[in-house]
Ligand binder design. Structure first.
Ligand SMILES: [Zn+2]
Length: 121
């Protein structure tokens, strides 16, 4: 799996968020046995962070969606090759227009151009 730095960053933030939640749980449970309190605090954390982690690792909003097809005609150079097209990212959406595929090298050029325009890809 390629490292997605947006996911990685969110994951590190999420670990920081778990600190106050666990600290509060441990304070509330201060009068109980330390082992029981830790188990309960981790249970609370697990109940919350299962959903947060699931979002971080599966949300389509956090990753660029690409479509790849074999034997397409590149819309830039006309070459018949495997074609790539960026469908959607956080601030780019071509999911509702006629798809335009590009060969690998034209796709890299286009990707570079999009990045220069501030598209998150
Ligand atoms: Zn091309």
């Amino acid at each position: 799996m390629k490292t997605n730095y947006k996911q990685y960053g969110l994951y590190l933030v999420r670990w920081q968020l778990s600190t106050p939640i666990l600290a509060v749980a441990l304070m509330v449970l201060a009068t109980t046995n330390k082992l029981v309190a830790t188990i309960a605090a981790n249970l609370v954390g697990g109940l919350i962070f299962f959903w947060v982690d699931k979002f971080i690792f599966t949300s389509p909003r956090l990753k660029a969606q690409w479509e790849i097809q074999d034997n397409i005609e590149c819309c830039d150079c006309g070459k018949i090759a495997r074609g790539y097209r960026l469908v959607k990212t956080a601030n780019y959406d071509k999911s509702k227009v006629t798809p335009k595929f590009r060969c690998e090298s034209c796709s890299q050029t286009k990707t570079q151009r999009l990045r220069e325009q501030g598209i998150k890809v």
